[in-house]
Design a protein around this ligand. Structure first.
Ligand code: ZN
Length: 301
């Protein structure tokens, strides 16, 4: 089934997952929220269903969601369908790696200053050895949940908000590097900062690892994340840009921040499944992202 699926055009392969999305909320009917207002918060039941969906996708596609596989194609389709339904403009960025087509998914929330873009992203691919639910379904679900909250609030940000789910991170940051390489100088200059989330629900976490060290960091964003956690009694630890998709942006001179909950015992193994994510940690991470994004969306650097 996997190899025959691979013969089909991408759109045909992804239609199979449309039905499971019928329970997602449609774009909200609340009044439009100005940027800088009180951010919404989410509960476990807002975030964990996305991880359960990614687990089911891995389960029916040979146990993984790796670059070039039907499991990855279905993961992209799942996220894209939710975004399209919520009112985002979505686009696939296609690239080739290791003889296989790869895709990054980019979603723009209409509005905001196009010369001041706040880009938020996570890698959506797993390794071939496992379903990649903490690494990095957890970051992908946190970013998706945040995007859906933006839509539900009908947020009117000062900055333009863009969200991205990168392909082929696990084989060398390929999707994010390809995206950055494809930007014109003007488009690159319009991105004020990039926020990255790689492993947001680790069970063994003792602290949130905030991307704060080094000249490639956006200091305002790093301080905002650090404050969000310390104000709530959570410990943080400073890390630098590198080891995940921030690196692609740092290499191009685009400042970044974000955080990770650190490597789990099951990283890059078959046991990186739904049970390898702590729902409370995943929910806290998502609320930190929402809280900080709400602040940064209101500012223009
Ligand atoms: Zn990762």
């Amino acid at each position: 089934m996997k190899s025959s699926l691979r013969q089909l055009p991408f759109a045909a392969r992804v239609l199979g997952v449309a039905l499971v999305l019928s329970t997602l909320p449609a774009a909200g009917s609340a009044a439009a929220a100005p940027a800088g207002g009180v951010p919404p918060t989410v509960a476990e039941q807002d975030v964990m269903p996305h991880l359960a969906a990614l687990q089911r996708i891995a389960d029916r596609n040979g146990g993984n969601r790796a670059h070039g596989t039907s499991g990855y194609a279905e993961s992209v389709a799942y996220v894209r369908h939710a975004l399209d339904r919520a009112g985002f403009r979505t686009e696939l960025h296609r690239f080739e790696h290791d003889g296989r087509a790869g895709y990054s998914l980019v979603a723009d929330w209409p509005g905001g200053d196009p010369n001041h873009v706040l880009l938020t992203g996570a890698h959506l691919d797993s390794v071939v050895e496992g379903p990649g639910i903490n690494d990095n379904g957890s970051g992908s679900a946190a970013v998706l949940t945040t995007a859906l909250k933006v839509a539900e609030a009908r947020l009117k940000p000062a900055r333009h908000l863009r969200f991205a789910w990168w392909g082929a991170e696990e084989v060398g940051l390929v999707g994010s590097a390809d995206y950055v390489k494809g930007l014109s100088a003007a488009d690159r200059g319009a991105i004020d900062l990039y926020l990255n989330f790689d492993q947001a629900g680790s069970r063994n976490k003792r602290q949130w690892l905030v991307v704060k060290d080094g000249p490639q960091v956006d200091a305002t964003a790093a301080r905002a994340f650090e404050s969000w956690f310390t104000d709530r009694g959570f410990d943080t630890f400073d890390i630098g840009v590198g080891g995940s998709d921030n690196e692609s942006f740092g290499n191009a001179g685009i400042p970044s921040s974000g955080f990770s909950t650190g490597m789990s015992d099951c990283i890059h193994e078959a046991c990186d499944d739904l049970a390898n994510v702590d729902p409370a940690t995943e929910t806290t991470s998502t609320n930190a992202l929402i809280g900080v994004l709400w602040q940064l969306a209101a500012a223009r650097s």
